[in-house]
Design a protein around this ligand. Sequence first.
Ligand code: PMP
Length: 432
Amino acid sequence: MMLNKFKSEKLYHQALSVMPGGVNSPVRAFNGVGGTPLFIERADGAYIYDVDGKAYIDYVGSWGPMILGHNDPDVANAVIHAVHNGLSYGAPTEIETKVANLVTQLMPSIEMLRMVNSGTEATMSAIRVARGFTGRDKIIKFEGCYHGHADYLLVKAGSGALTFGHPTSPGVPNDFVKHTLVCDYNNLASVKQQFEQYPNDIAAIIIEPVAGNMNCVPAKKEFLHGLRALCDKYGALLIIDEVMTGFRVALGGAQDYYDVVPDLTCLGKIIGGGMPVGAFGGRADIMQQLAPTGPIYQAGTLSGNPVAMAAGYTTLNKLMDVGVYQELTDKTATLANGLKIAAKTHNVPLVVNYAGAMFGLFFTTADEVTSYQDVMQCNIELFKKFYHHMLAEGVYLAPSAFEAGFMSIKHTDREINHTIDAANRFFSNLNF
Ligand code: PMP
């Protein structure tokens, strides 16, 4: 099946001469799967439409934010209304407090929060507060987890850093990362060992509670609870990076899903409903250390932007409707089980992980995928073939074997069945 990508390819070649890789964020390029990226003209509900007029069932959802589906009329109206009142004031507005109240209500571990403009800013600021509050420098992160592109977090990172083969980025001086300790995901012993070696130096652990940047690898519950206990024992803070999982795996985020209480939480993606928003928050005694109440500095010209807040507020309110998360989880389970059965029927080794409304597919003979090492065992070449088959069948997955998939409330049985049927056709042509 050949895709007509005539206009996309033309735009891509124009973009290549003025933007590195033709893109404003590396994960949008198709380097991980080969070929050229689609250029998108518009999106609606569960679908995105490329400039060549083809519709795709969208499981990327702008990398997470579009949980209500694209072009939600209530979100669009709220944004348009806000736009008519001016785009930005750089002074306080009521809607910022309304969003903050909503977040504290949905995630009770967050007593106070501050808005920023991206997930990167959220994690960067949370780490600064943790270091300032504890007076310690070292942090623990996990191999394969991505927390944005701040220097000291780009160590053995996931997402595009992993896809393109540079998990530790050049341009980050060794001096900036010497305080970053890297442990193994879902391996408590590796964390214990670091605390034993540096009992008084570790400010915080930062973790993706469901890793979504090395494909989709849910943490084990006892692992997260073990991290909490280690933090308590050694006086370190637990930072849960819910930029991806917040309002996605459950309304109360992964901290609710796993029943674990962090000291600080990072948010992004869904909190902005598709606009550039991030947030970090947690215990009031820690957050009060921020300027202007405390000495730890953090700021932002456009933080809490009224248009972005309108999108986020409306999105979060809609997600509070009863049954939304059960529906999302059911849809994800239907897709996961359908794919598993299709693969099994044709003897294709496939593991499907999912949590709430995020999922990941792994072509592997292993029984389960719970670690970075397991992820690295997967058959990337097979994924690439699968990817292009699905694209030709009108299914848009993240163009990398190391990214998660996202379900929206607009995906119905029709889209899910088409996805399973398309995968089935691919599997039936493989010789296993
Ligand atoms: N943390 C996590 C868990 C993420 O998935 C991402 C982005 N995918 C970030 C942080 C960084 O967010 P942003 O791209 O908005 O800077």
